[in-house]
Write a protein of this length. Structure first.
Lengths: 668, 190, 293
């Protein structure tokens, strides 16, 4: 016998000013199943909750409906409330008469009240069919995987490792370090990027709890929170890591040449190489695209082999192949970072054809003491020191027509930093910055920007640049000083574009592999923009650094720490509670059509063969089977199932139909 | 004058402008790229981005009074490079058409040139350059402008002295009349 | 290759060289240009200053006549091309516009007949290899700047080439054997009709382009727009009077093609330019040191 208690919340005036709460309580008092009905100003408050608990005891209630806000807000609160007095939390239902009613029907009090009554009746009808459910438990693998070995990944791994948990860093390139290793100085303090990064790289590589998996990629992710099975592709390095001592002799005589990506192609590197001198691990790889041996093998020949002859340790292995292996992890942190927007889409800036129109990251290599020019700021075309430099902000950023609609957040500061560095290195060089807005909301950021203008004498001009073209040896930059309302033309020796940050080009594929969301630009989506900034919608997968959106180093490091805390909280548990609201298949009804298998986003459904007695014989047939640990209760299978055999617990077909029936009855 | 009062005064003009241009001027974020690339920019009384600003603020009368809208050569560099996809050239064109209709012509000579052109096309069906030059010079009062080219033009046989008149002038005249009627209609209603 | 041919008003007068050379070159290349009977002015830069529908109706009539003949329209003049293309796009994209335009012009026009820029036909339909095959007098030793102006590449929806760095004229000139120099003014506006109604404004715009041309060290400029040609060629004497010597011949691309195909410059009307243009052709085949290339 159902005995439902109904509690209508005013939410102060949020609901009460639109919906006549007393009338709603009155209207459902005699509804089938209802044993008690009342309204109150704040149901979630302590007296409100006590009111529910007392009513359960006094009126012998076995089911409760609270009509208030969204379940996202207070379902947890009320489930705990009823559980305290011995009621199973799944015998509680919430009717959302705030977001779904009073807020959207303000001013239409009569209709809103009618709708609220409907919503409550639906909830009552459903709760009458609710069943007692118990949470499940799953074990936890006490090891984390951090995907990406930039500053966010390194920091996150260190924080997890220092909490006593095992953590692997998976890095696609031959070395950890990421974009920060390419950067010369960091704002707003102008401390050397390498000087603060390399100690962290060394710490990560020597930490007993951290394992580095470099030159490797994420291939497949299976399993669920606490129990991920991750397939990793270890790319053929052509160097036996166990034998290589990192002496570097192999690189001295290599005749193969390729553009040096680490130095933004401003110089060449050898085919067998380490990306930079402080690389970790400091062991080379062979780039098979530019290696003479591998190139000749494609033509049926087999030449060169100098590196193998040079190597004193016999570590060169031309026959190595990619290897796949599976590791178990309890949590995954995505820290795959960003790439730089390619400015060659801008015809008006020369389609990337002018050698002296460079990007911010090019400049970082130009000004770096270990870069291709030993830190001398010179033009790439003729290696002369520029006397006039023009910097252009928002290239690709805030440009929905030709680039990205978002602000890349870091460019205002790195442009100011680079402007001051030019003035420091070349005091006779004039620097102009074209900007639309200066956005410096970080600690000591605006002070830095103002010093750039006031102390370093950099001229800021408010306006977007319309065209850059080559005239003789110089570049003519055509802009507008919108504050003066005048066109300006500057003959520059070097133009530095503040290119936007874009996600790693593979981010969408990676998101699909891991099973997390991403936005229209390819940035990974956090579970809540304010309250869940490092979580994803997939339990056990977290975000750190710029893969979630453009971020500078301080923000990336902070987010990495936050993600680490979430990981540690997860790994600290021996067992995880699992929601019982999962799908089940009634094998008697299931026809084994298999339609539900591909629609399941969590790969929780498989077809399995069962045996049954039919007409005196044992026959075999296929039916769908849901792995309740993997199932996240999304319900996709239940709507796909043609026989109605798939049912989501707590949202069963019978429960949903009861709601529909309740609504239809009032409409008649 | 108070801004809000001025905007109220411009309300009808603004509605007409938005309807006829079909451009969402609210998208403009005043980056100035239109002004920066404008080949006529240094001759305009107000730069293109300020015309956009006036349009955005609904101050259509001020925008119509500018010379900028008449000096615009409709080269569409602004539209092509606008990061927000705003058809700036269409804004200039609509304001120019409206300015003529509402009696604001900041560049009389530009306006007269167009009038002479359209008159010739309306009579002959095609352009007749000597007529254009003479007509323009008389209407602008600059009788001698470009006459130095007359003799060389004739000597080089680059000017047709006897104009071609379209055979089907009735058709062309009716076409112009109908098109102008439709433009007038668009000005008033919808 | 049959096309309806719309020369436009300029080609009958100030742009007579474009008309003559287009016809001569087309004949040589096997392009059959059938002039639209009794065509009318496209409205150029004036009609769209007066009204939206008048700017569409004038070119629509010409396009409708061509459509009745089942032909695409070859248009040498960039301005005429832009206006005609605009109406073609308008009727293709909007049924409502199509109905209105048909009502105004009293003829059916569905947009089936396309407005084609002559340069685009030469470059894309015929192809540079076919042009190259006809070259008997390669333009070796001639340093040229290509100048496209606005209306071949803007606004983007009517563009028949890259909007910021068009290459069709470059490709054709390279095929003819000339050396194409790079500059930043390929698509910069010459001033259009402003030279006629606001002479100083127009002259300043022309000056910027000619200054850059002088700096580049080119022998000449090659264009495909009669308005641009008129402004750059005719106004150089005015510039010279005010700002010092300007003396760079400006050719139509079809004139250059005719020369390379061995035609008599006079038949191409090259003797009718304002800036004397015949003697520059003497540089062809000579190296800068004066020897034979």
């Amino acid at each position: 016998m159902e005995r439902v208690g109904v509690f209508i919340c005013h939410c102060g005036s949020n609901i009460g000013a639109v919906v006549d709460c007393a009338r709603v309580a009155e209207a459902v008092r005699n509804y089938p199943g209802v044993a008690y009905s009342t309204d109150y100003k704040y149901m979630c408050s302590e007296p409100g909750q006590e009111m529910i608990q007392n009513a359960i005891k006094e009126h012998n209630l076995n089911r409760v409906v609270v009509a208030s806000c969204s379940p996202r807000m207070h379902e947890k609160t009320f489930r705990a409330c009823v559980e305290k007095v011995g009621m199973n939390p799944y015998m509680f239902e919430m009717a959302n008469i705030r977001e779904h009613c009073s807020w959207v029907h303000a001013g239409k009090n009569e209709e809103a009240t009618e709708k609220a009554i409907d919503l409550v009746k639906m909830a009552v009808s459903k709760v009458c069919k609710n069943e007692v459910l118990q949470k499940g438990h799953a074990p936890v693998t006490k090891r984390a995987l951090v995907v990406g070995g930039g500053i966010a990944g390194i920091q996150c791994a260190l924080d997890i490792a220092n909490n006593g948990y095992q953590v692997d860093i998976l890095e696609r390139t031959p070395s950890i370090g990421g974009k920060m290793s390419q950067i010369d100085k960091t704002f707003p303090t102008i401390d050397c990027s390498a000087c603060i990064l390399t100690p962290k790289m060394v710490e990560a590589s020597s930490h007993p709890n951290i394992k580095l998996i470099t030159f490797a990629e994420l291939e497949k992710v299976e399993g669920y929170v606490g129990n991920f099975d991750v397939t990793i592709r270890s790319k053929a390095r052509s160097v036996d890591m166990s034998k290589c001592t990192g002496c570097g002799t192999c690189m001295t005589k290599c005749p193969g040449k390729a553009d040096d990506e680490f130095n933004m192609k401003l110089r060449k590197r050898t085919a067998i190489y380490t990306p930079f001198p402080q690389a970790i691990p400091n062991k080379p790889v062979i780039d098979r695209e530019s290696c003479l041996k591998f190139k000749s093998r494609k033509e049926g020949k087999d030449v060169c082999g100098i590196c193998a002859k040079m190597c004193p340790a016999g570590a060169i292995d031309y026959e190595q192949e990619d290897e796949l292996f599976v590791e178990k992890y309890g949590a995954i942190v995505m820290a795959t970072g960003y790439e730089q927007f390619d400015h060659s889409v801008y015809g008006e800036y020369g389609y990337g054809k002018y050698p002296d129109v460079i990007s911010g990251l090019h400049f970082e290599r130009l000004v770096n003491a270990s870069g291709p020019t030993q830190g001398h700021i010179v033009r790439p075309s003729d290696h002369k020191e520029p006397k006039t430099v023009v910097m252009v902000k928002c290239v690709g950023s805030r440009d929905p027509e030709h680039g990205k609609s978002y602000c890349s957040r870091t460019c205002c500061m790195y442009t100011a930093k680079q402007a001051t560095m030019i003035r420091d290195h070349c005091p006779d060089t004039k620097v102009y910055v074209f900007y639309m807005d200066v956005r410096t909301p970080g600690k000591l950021y605006d002070e830095f920007y103002n010093r750039t203008r006031e102390e370093y004498g950099v001229d800021y001009i408010r306006g977007r640049v319309s065209k850059i073209y080559q005239e003789g040896e110089q570049l003519i930059v055509k802009g507008e000083d919108t504050l003066l309302g005048q066109q300006v033309e500057i003959a520059a020796d070097l133009v530095i574009l503040a290119n936007a940050m874009i996600p790693n080009p593979d981010s969408e594929k990676m998101a699909q592999t891991v099973g997390i969301g991403y936005d229209k630009d390819g940035w990974f989506t956090e579970s809540h923009p304010k309250l869940g900034p490092v979580e994803t919608h997939t339990a056990g997968v977290f975000l750190a650094g710029a893969c979630q959106g453009p971020k500078d180093i301080p923000d990336s490091v902070a987010q990495a720490g936050a993600a680490a805390v979430k990981v540690c909280a997860l790994l600290s548990k021996d067992q995880l509670e699992t929601e019982p609201t999962v799908s089940v298949v009634d094998t008697k009804l299931c026809s084994g059509c298999g339609l539900c298998v591909p629609v399941c986003p969590y790969k929780a459904i498989t077809l399995e063969t069962i045996q049954e007695r039919k007409g005196g014989k044992t026959v075999e047939r296929q039916v769908a089977n849901v792995n309740s640990s993997l199932c996240q209760g999304c319900g996709a299978c239940t709507v796909t199932c043609r026989s109605g055999s798939a049912n989501l617990k707590h949202f069963t077909n019978a429960q949903i139909l009861a709601e529909v029936d309740a609504l239809c009855q009032t409409m008649q | 004058m108070l801004l809000n009062e001025k905007q109220i005064q411009n309300e009808e003009l603004n509605k007409e402008f938005l309807r006829r241009s079909g451009v969402d001027v609210s998208k403009c974020y005043q980056c100035g790229k239109c002004s920066a690339g404008c080949p006529v920019g240094d001759h305009m009384d107000i730069p293109t981005n300020k015309v956009m600003r006036l349009a955005q603020m609904g101050l259509i009368e001020d925008a119509m009074k500018s010379s900028a809208i008449w000096l615009c050569a409709t080269c569409s560099t602004c539209t092509t490079r606008c990061p927000k996809g705003v058809d700036v050239a269409r804004v200039m064109e609509t304001l120019r058409i409206m300015a003529k209709e509402h009696g604001y012509v900041a560049e009389k000579n530009v306006d007269k040139f167009h009038s002479v052109w359209m008159t010739i096309v309306g009579t002959m069906g095609r352009m007749y350059e000597p007529g254009l030059i003479v007509g323009r010079n008389f209407s602008t009062g600059k009788i001698l402008q470009d006459t130095q080219y007359g003799v060389p033009y004739i000597a080089k046989q680059k000017l047709k002295l006897v104009p071609y008149k379209c055979k089907n002038m009735d058709e062309i005249k009716s076409l112009i009349a109908k098109a102008e009627a439709m433009d007038r209609e668009e000005r008033g209603n919808k | 290759m049959d096309y309806a041919y719309y020369p436009g008003c300029s080609l009958e007068s100030t742009g007579i060289e474009f008309h003559a050379s287009t016809k001569a070159v087309a004949k040589e290349l096997g392009i059959n240009l059938i002039e639209i009977p009794d065509w009318n002015c496209c409205g150029a830069s004036s009609a769209h200053a007066r009204g939206h529908w008048i700017s569409l109706a004038l070119p629509a009539r010409n396009m409708a006549i061509a459509e009745a003949a089942g032909l695409d329209v070859a248009i040498p003049c960039a301005a005429c091309y832009a206006r005609s293309k605009k109406v073609e796009l308008e009727v293709t994209e909007s049924e409502e516009a199509k109905e209105k335009i048909e009502e105004i012009i009293g003829r059916p026009y569905t947009g089936k007949s396309k407005a084609r820029n002559l340069t685009e036909i030469l470059h894309n339909d015929l192809g540079v290899d076919a042009i190259k095959a006809k070259v008997v007098k390669p333009l070796k030793g001639l340093k040229v700047l290509t100048y496209y102006g606005c209306l071949m590449s803007r606004p983007p929806e009517i563009a028949c080439d890259d909007i910021e760095d068009p290459i069709m004229l470059d490709d054709i000139m390279t095929a003819l054997g000339a050396e194409v120099l790079q500059w930043g003014f390929k698509t910069e506006c010459c001033g259009g009709s402003l030279t006629a109604c606001r002479p100083q404004v127009g002259l300043d715009m022309t000056k910027k382009i000619m200054d850059a041309a002088k700096k580049s060290g080119a022998d000449c400029i090659v264009t495909a727009c009669p308005m641009c040609h008129s402004n750059l060629d005719m106004r150089q004497d005015q510039l010279s009077k005010k700002y010092g010597a300007y003396n760079i011949p400006v050719y139509f691309v079809t004139e250059m093609m005719g020369v390379a195909m061995g035609m008599n410059p006079k038949d191409l009307c090259i003797n009718r330019h304002f800036v004397e243009a015949e003697s520059t052709l003497g540089k062809i085949g000579k190296t800068s040191e004066g020897g034979e290339a």
